[in-house]
Design a binder for this molecule. Structure first.
Ligand SMILES: *Cc1c(COP(=O)(O)O)cnc(C)c1O
Length: 410
């Protein structure tokens, strides 16, 4: 048997059935029409936003990185919950505008922005987080071509990283941002070219559960922003401090307590260098806001034995929920929290089972030797922590199965 990650708080049970947002999992499938199905509970997302606001000092803006979950109904609700959207493509630009987010609260990061994407962003009035000198030149030229002043921030590849991150995005050679020792020169170039310089974007890592590491990185980020601003000789309107708040996906993970982070950030901002006195600050979060609020529901198609092992074959798979198969940003495959929806919290059967998806590939494994209650054909399996990097980060077209349905509650 192999352990599973912890089931997040906030789910209920009635007559053995898993409740999501107070509704039985089977009736949610009825409502949506079929499995496989992602269910997102907006009340849980809103509770996370409140937790953020309660913990963080006043004046810290909350940005949502929409690549974590860009389901349109969820995005429109998020547009009124957070202070800005962070996007990473022309497609996400359209989604963000469609959701009703004001263009001057949208920032566009990501390497490899095509010139037509830059033009669309400048035309809309969105801030572009510049990833390179070449991109800066193309953005300035694109602004001139349409007669509009571009709003440009400089993304900095910091000279440190966020220790213990699931995904490292800074420190060392990186395709993201420009190295810290060239960032001030780029900001000066942008200002001299007549663009509206919006400040710094410094993102050092993702999926972190170590509050002290986040605190240290935020302090280093503020110090770096101050040093670079000094070199430019101007106050940045906005300093985007990155994010990195992680979720407890796996056995042994302890949920992140963000209150000490907020307290330390409050102190760091109070004693910040004078050049940043007039700056706003933002944190950009994806998974932490939406990950726990999503459940992937998939039905058992077959139960079969092979050489003493029991395989439970479901109608979903890695084409919808790649991360649970261990093939999205993890080095070692570990089990996400899983339950049998109709026997939620029931005692496990004696023998562990392996849950596999319906794709004809050995990597489509959603639960490896997990202890679950007795399972038969037709049962509904719930995979938790599916609110982030599920539908938006999985190869839906792989093997020609239909896309998953999605349902927003609350
Ligand atoms: C992906 C990404 C995020 C969100 O990361 P999470 O781990 O989901 O919080 C934030 N900022 C940038 C620049 C990103 O690329």
């Amino acid at each position: 048997m192999k352990p599973m990650g912890p089931i997040p708080a906030g789910f209920g049970r009635e007559e053995g059935m898993l409740l999501i947002g107070g509704c039985g999992a089977e009736s949610l499938v009825d409502e949506a029409g079929d499995t496989p199905l992602f269910v997102y509970d907006m009340a849980m997302v809103e509770a996370q936003v409140r937790r953020f606001r309660d913990a963080m000092p006043a004046g810290i803006d909350l940005h949502y990185a929409i690549k974590a979950n860009s389901f349109a109904p969820l995005l429109s609700r998020m547009a009124v919950q957070v202070d800005g959207f962070d996007i990473a493509s022309g497609g996400e630009l359209e989604m963000a505008l469609e959701a009703g987010m004001a263009p001057d609260r949208i920032s566009f990061a990501g390497p490899g922005k095509r010139t037509d994407e830059l033009t669309a962003a400048i035309f809309a009035g969105v801030t572009i987080n510049l990833e390179s000198e070449g991109e800066a030149r193309r953005a300035i030229a694109a602004g001139q071509a349409i007669g509009k002043q571009p709003r440009l921030a400089v993304r900095v590849n910091p000279d440190f990283d966020l220790k213990g991150s699931g995904m490292r995005m800074g420190g060392g050679a990186k395709p993201f941002g420009v190295d810290a020792d060239r960032a001030a020169a780029l900001a000066r170039m942008v200002i001299e070219a007549g663009a509206d310089w919006r400040g710094w974007h410094i993102f050092a890592g993702s999926q972190n559960l170590d509050a002290q590491a986040i605190i240290d990185t935020q302090a280093a980020t503020i110090a770096l922003a101050a040093r670079l601003s000094q070199e430019v000789g101007a106050t940045p309107p906005l300093v985007n401090l990155g994010g990195g708040f992680g979720l407890a996906y796996f056995p042994g993970d302890t949920p992140l307590d963000i209150r000490p982070i907020g307290a330390a950030l409050g102190q760091a901002l109070e004693s910040r260098p004078p050049i940043l006195a007039g700056s706003r600050f933002a944190l950009e979060l994806g998974r932490w806001l939406v990950g726990e609020a999503g459940v992937y529901l998939t039905r058992v198609v077959d139960v079969k034995d092979s050489q003493g092992e029991r395989f439970v074959v479901v109608d979903g798979g890695l084409h919808h929920q790649l991360a649970a198969s261990g093939n999205f940003g993890t080095v070692v495959r570990r089990n996400y929290p899983i339950a049998v929806a109709s026997r939620f919290e029931a005692a496990p059967a004696l023998d562990p089972v392996t849950i596999v998806g319906c794709l004809c590939t050995p990597i489509d494994r959603l639960g490896d030797k997990v202890a679950l209650p007795e399972i038969s054909e037709g049962d509904l399996i719930a995979i938790f922590l599916a609110g982030a990097y599920g539908a938006s980060a999985s190869p839906m077209a792989f093997l020609g199965h239909p896309p998953a349905r999605e349902l927003l509650l609350g």
